[in-house]
Design a protein around this ligand. Structure first.
Ligand code: T1G
Length: 694
């Protein structure tokens, strides 16, 4: 747990304390006790003149043990705050040798030290805001006193780690060294000798270190970036406290605000997603993954181009195939445009853009795919088109190449049937824009080998995606649920809402975008084609809204045609309500004999979000998703569901499944069989269970 070594430099003996708590050196109650005991022993040992604190492997310390939050273990002393004060007030120099990642409470531990040295590859950050909390062990009070108010706000509210060089530049660390332990020992000796000043913090208020405007700007920026989240505003309030409160007062304020957040629903939801993402990425079978060294992408449209960029961004060579020079050039122009936007935003340098573009080789010849390890087809969403492509891929690609389709709804097994390698065939469903959205639905066909799934899971993580294993059905997980969500949105339009009211209610709930604006962005023609495909098998007695079909029949497909549910000015994506659509909706309602009425935000949210929950419960029961928390990952990472609500299933748990079931039963009585309660929901609601326990 904590190893102690002694090192002598000249006449100075230094105790080196190394935290060793695999896999990431988190600080739970046991580590706190062990560090406290080792520190006390070293401080009491007259033979020791200085102490260096460090970690093992690539981690200094990944922060407090998140699994202990909301449990009695967080009360076991010494608390992390007490440990840091013990370091800060020690009568011997204590220097941190940051040997790798130092996050959250791990970085806060170093802030109490009398000096800090980082390894060249160290990452230093306070990501607590992403867990719906704030740095609760002094970070909001000490960091501003070390790096200044603005830098502290950026680090704490942004939640992103600094590199070692950035940390040196802002004064967070004293030195960056290839051997941080040796450098830390040298620094400790220099402090003992009085050659270097100790970095012990001045506890006095910072006074007018920043204007009110700095904090007002931070609050406005956080409101835009983290719409609906409480933690970012609390982070800012704690940093602001340093202006007029001394360290002790500020620490008490921070502790109080931390307690409020860690016991709140938002933080529990965000921690649920943190662990759910990691659980989703674990594979059921311990199959052997292969390494993918090069990738082919068939189709250079919006999706194919974004997919090609995802691989190029990870340094993986891509062969991008199209059927015409014109289509290829259009695709490459889109890729270039996307990179230019990223460069202008400072995400990539010109050199980095050129490196990525050099990894994308263009071709119209299938023979150029003969040596790649994996091909992803991202062509037109038509079964025959895909069958033709996979027939050629099967003939051309090397025998152990994996063949994947990016289809969003079509039957993977039917596509696989034209190949001689169904075991190496699966779906890799990216989300638009594919180079940005983190979700990847990995669709397992009836005969897909576990080793192929493992290969694609490992590849997904290499390109920064979150893989979620899903089964074959119409729409897999995300799109199967979204068709129920949009169905209710259309019904609500006929029953009395305008598009802006439905979208507004769901944005206020926290969705990144309302369902109708999302349809306009995705293209109304795509879901229209799906509805036409399903029409022959749609039960005639079920209610069907003609609203979206009528809009498509007017040639209004959304942003791509300048009008859909909303109007769009040329070059703008800003939705403008259109009286034409209000009239069309009223006409559809009249034809359906629906008397329009006032509808509340609460009903809009319940009708749309519970439609997601009810269908998701069926998806889990059908085995299309492995567990409810996977569905939460799909919706947060792929559909803009608010992170601070933890995903549809966690949200339903938070509301209480009995209450959700009672509402769904009321909808069932009022709106018919679409609202038949899912058996899993009934089972859990009636047994006191929760989705997050499945
Ligand atoms: N607590 C408990 N478990 C943790 C953990 C943590 N802090 N960090 C990681 N794990 C588990 C993780 O669930 C997984 O478990 C395994 O370790 C490997 O993680 C008081 C209140 C450090 C960058 O937010 O960002 O300090 O799945 O797959 O890709 O102010 O883990 O194997 O069972 O992610 O190499 C602040 C969270 C805490 C950092 C490593 N710290 N962790 O990434 O491994 S709050 C954080 C990460 C705090 C103080 C506040 C990453 C990583 P399992 P992994 P990785």
């Amino acid at each position: 747990m904590v190893h102690v070594d002694l090192r002598k430099i000249g006449e100075t003996r230094i105790a080196i304390l190394r935290i060793d708590n695999p896999p990431v050196n988190s600080i739970g109650s046991q580590v706190r006790v062990a560090v406290g005991e080792s520190l006390a022993a070293a401080l009491a040992d007259d033979a020791v003149q200085a102490i260096v604190l460090t970690g093992t492997g690539k981690f200094f310390c990944s922060g407090a043990d998140i699994r202990e939050f909301n449990t009695p273990k967080t009360l076991i002393r010494p608390l992390l705050r007490e440990l840091i004060s013990m370091v800060e007030t020690a009568h011997k120099p204590i220097v941190a040798a940051i040997n790798g990642t130092a996050l959250g409470g791990g970085l806060e531990l170093t802030l109490g030290c009398h000096g800090r040295v980082a390894s060249e590859d160290a990452k230093l950050g306070l990501p607590e805001v992403k867990l719906g909390v704030l740095p609760g062990a002094g970070g909001t009070q000490r960091l501003p006193r070390i790096v200044g108010i603005q830098a502290a706000l950026d680090i704490i509210v942004g939640g992103e780690p600094l590199s070692a060089s950035q940390a040196l530049e802002c004064g967070l660390v004293d030195d960056v060294a290839a051997d941080p332990i040796d450098s830390a020992c040298q620094l400790a000796v220099a402090i003992v000798r009085g050659d270097r000043a100790s970095r012990v913090i001045d506890p006095a208020p910072l006074g007018d270190a920043a204007s009110e405007a700095v904090f007002d700007d931070a609050r406005r920026a956080a409101q835009r970036r983290y719409r609906g989240c409480i933690a970012p505003q609390e982070c800012i309030a704690c940093v602001e406290k340093t202006l007029h409160a001394d360290l002790e007062t500020g620490l008490a304020f921070e502790a109080e605000r931390f307690k409020l957040l860690v016991e709140g629903d938002q933080s529990k939801a965000q921690r649920h997603i943190f662990f759910a993402e990691r659980k989703a990425a674990k594979l059921p079978a311990a199959a052997q993954a292969s390494t993918v060294r090069s990738v082919g992408v068939v189709g250079a449209g919006t999706m194919g181009g974004g997919i090609a960029m995802s691989f190029a961004n990870a340094g993986i060579p891509v062969v991008l195939l199209e059927q015409s020079e014109e289509a290829l050039q259009r695709g490459l122009n889109n890729i270039q445009r996307n990179y230019d936007v990223s460069r202008k935003r400072g995400r990539f340098s010109q050199e980095e853009v050129e490196m990525r573009l050099a990894l994308i080789r263009r071709t119209m010849d299938y023979a150029d795919l003969s040596d790649v390890d994996l091909v992803i087809e991202a062509a037109f969403e038509d079964m025959q088109v895909k069958k033709d492509i996979f027939t050629r891929l099967d003939q051309t690609c090397k025998k152990d190449a994996v063949l994947a389709t990016n289809t969003s709804r079509l039957d993977i097994n039917e596509i696989a049937s034209v190949t001689g390698r169904p075991g190496q065939m699966l779906g890799t469903h990216f989300f638009s824009p594919a180079n940005v959205m983190r979700l990847l639905e990995v669709v397992k066909g009836a005969r897909t080998d576990d080793a192929v799934i493992a290969t694609v899971f490992r590849l997904a993580q290499r390109i920064g995606k979150i893989p979620v294993l899903v089964g074959v059905c119409d729409g897999f997980v995300g799109n199967r649920m979204v068709s129920h969500y949009t169905r209710e949105a259309y019904f609500l339009l006929e029953e009395g809402c305008t598009p802006a009211q439905v979208d507004g209610a769901l944005r206020r709930f926290g969705m990144a975008m309302g369902p109708l604006q999302m349809q306009d962005m995705a293209g109304l023609d795509i879901s229209w084609a799906a509805r036409k495909r399903q029409a022959p098998t749609r039960p005639a007695h079920l209610r069907y809204s003609k609203v979206a079909d009528r809009i498509c029949e007017m040639g209004r497909y959304g942003q791509k045609t300048g009008a859909g549910f909303y109007r769009y000015e040329a070059g703008s994506r800003e939705p403008i309500p259109d009286p034409e659509i209000d009239k069309l909706i009223a006409q559809c309602a009249a034809e359906a004999g629906i008397v329009r009425r006032e509808i509340s935000d609460d009903e809009i949210v319940a009708r749309t979000i519970y439609a997601l929950v009810n269908e998701a419960a069926r998806i889990v029961k059908d085995g299309i998703a492995q567990r409810p928390s996977d569905i939460d990952v799909v919706y947060v990472a792929g559909y803009g569901f608010p992170m601070f609500r933890g995903g549809p299933m966690f949200y339903a748990d938070t509301v209480g499944l009995p209450k959700v079931l009672e509402t769904i039963r009321r909808f069932h009585a009022e709106h018919g069989e679409y609202w038949e309660p899912a058996p899993l929901l009934v089972e859990l609601a009636e047994s006191g269970g929760r989705f997050s326990e499945r």
